[in-house]
Design a protein around this ligand. Sequence first.
Ligand code: COA
Length: 164
Amino acid sequence: MTDAQPDIRRLTYADLPQVITIERRAFPTPWSLAMFVLELSKPSGICLAARLESQIVAYMVCSRYDTVWHVMNIAVDPDRRRQGLATALLEHLLARITDPAARYTLEVRQSNFPAIALYERYGFRSAGLRPRYYQDNGEDALIMWRTPATLAGRLDDVPDASRA
Ligand code: COA
């Protein structure tokens, strides 16, 4: 866990300048400001920011489609990694969603071992590929799900899991 407990709150429009600074350091193809604004405008989503000493050090964007929660974005300031910040955001998200039937999904680059390790620790399992999903290098995306079945070691409530 992180040395200092982060303050985790809903992400707001006023936070976006700090978020964009981290986003540009975290991803080869960062989201635009407009993409964050669009996600924040969706009333059913959960968007969180983690702060240490009033500075945003990590954030997460999660959208809801019916009973499925899509983790759209999660990133930690490169100077603050491996301190449990992404873990704290994920735990906060999972604590907020009390529906035991909730399912979670996300896409991740096949080469992104840190992120895949983090997600696997939280019960996400690989259940398919989106070929050439990332336009910058043509890399495939791994589709991961965390569902009641994946938590029990199965994939039977995961859509299209046969493609895994
Ligand atoms: N190598 C191996 N495992 C790693 C890892 C790394 N570099 N980073 C995280 N993990 C795994 C470990 O199991 C770790 O637990 P441990 O430190 O006790 O071994 C666990 O994830 C939790 O790590 P945590 O400290 O909570 O993660 P983080 O705050 O460093 O954030 C990312 C992880 C992936 C969000 C961060 O590296 C990041 O922002 N990367 C760039 C953006 C990105 O790729 N986002 C995901 C897009 S799908």
